[in-house]
Design a protein around this ligand. Structure first.
Ligand code: GLU
Ligand code: ZN
Length: 319
């Protein structure tokens, strides 16, 4: 059907702090994946959460990607804020209403406490599966809850449908939406659209054909594939990458300041850091300085595999 669709990957960082080594590792793999296929790269800033995201982090992120040599062909530029999710609300609203017109959306008035009581603790990502408690509220019950001043979140009613797909790195996956995921949130009670909706809409509208990201988002993938189908988009191919974990098994996070880009850029050159990351990924035999474009030819997911790694030791000084 879509033979002519260009191969297009994306960086989709959240500007909620400075990038760290783990973010960079995933970004390098996403970039290599698409460049090795001769595709184009798009940059989208996922700044939906107004409490956590800041414009100065956005600029810094773009600068840090460029510093390493990870370029992009489309999407965010300093003068193109329409590639920030915060300025794409109209699209999410449209998607939300499309689902609502199909009768798939309902308000959920549950408090945090009620949610704990009304959910089973075993979604595939360890989150709780919502029981659907508010799915069958009568008009009268809804009106009474409205009157009490509670502002609802909005959920989508998922069908008893199994979503199966083959991850380019983790292999065959499948999930029964109603059992493994449950009715999930599309819009928070404060009006902010949820990540799942925004990503499905953006990946669809932006013509993304390859999604590469850490495996912590593997369990979100069935939801996104299903949503994209409902919104009339063809889902991309997915390749989930291993993560960098500290020796105690914890994932690197933005709190690990010692490995954030501010520090890394003082300690290393882009080539040194790329070499170290490529070595950690299993793409080269020794951590020698190298540029991202030098790695394109030899890139393969077989070399990378699915095992999480410890972050490499950073001890070099800039020459
Ligand atoms: N914005 C998300 C993050 O930084 C990534 C979303 C995605 O790749 O789908 O964790
Ligand atoms: Zn509810």
């Amino acid at each position: 059907m879509n033979q002519t669709k260009p191969i297009r990957g994306r960086f989709a960082p959240s500007p909620s702090g400075r990038m760290h080594l783990g973010n960079l590792f995933a970004a390098l793999l996403a970039w290599l994946d698409v460049r090795s296929l001769g595709g184009e790269m798009l940059l989208r800033m996922e700044d939906l959460d107004p409490d956590r995201c800041r414009p100065e982090y956005t600029l810094q992120l773009a600068d840090d990607l460029r510093w390493l040599g990870l370029d992009w062909d489309l999407g965010w530029q300093a003068d193109k804020p329409d590639f920030c999710q915060s300025s794409r609300t109209a699209y999410y609203e449209e998607a939300f209403h499309k689902l609502a017109r199909e009768g798939l959306v309902y308000p959920c008035y549950c408090s945090r406490k009620e949610l704990l009581a009304a959910s089973a603790p075993h979604a595939s990502d360890g989150a709780r599966v919502y029981s659907g408690r508010c799915r069958s509220l009568s008009a009268r019950e809804k009106a009474a809850l409205e009157q009490s001043g509670r502002r609802p979140a909005w959920r989508v009613a998922v069908p008893e449908e199994t979503i199966a797909f083959v991850d380019g790195n983790f292999g065959p996956q499948s999930e029964l939406l109603s059992r493994d995921c449950g009715d999930f949130i599309l819009r928070r009670s404060d009006g902010v659209y949820a990540y799942q909706l925004a990503v499905a809409e953006d990946d669809g509208r932006m013509g993304i054909t390859r999604v590469v990201r850490g495996w912590d988002l593997l369990s979100s993938t069935p939801r996104q594939i299903w949503l994209m189908g409902k919104l009339g988009y063809e889902p991309p191919a997915y390749c989930h990458a291993p993560l960098l974990c500290s020796p105690d098994g914890r994932r690197l996070s933005k709190r690990d300041r010692d490995l954030d880009m501010g520090v890394l850029r003082q300690k290393t050159t882009p080539e040194q850091l790329t070499g170290l990351l490529a070595y950690t990924a299993g793409l080269i035999d020794r951590p020698e300085p190298v540029r991202p474009y030098d790695l394109v030819k030899a890139f393969s997911w077989e070399k990378v595999g699915t095992q999480d790694r410890e972050p490499p030791e950073i001890s070099w000084k800039k020459q």
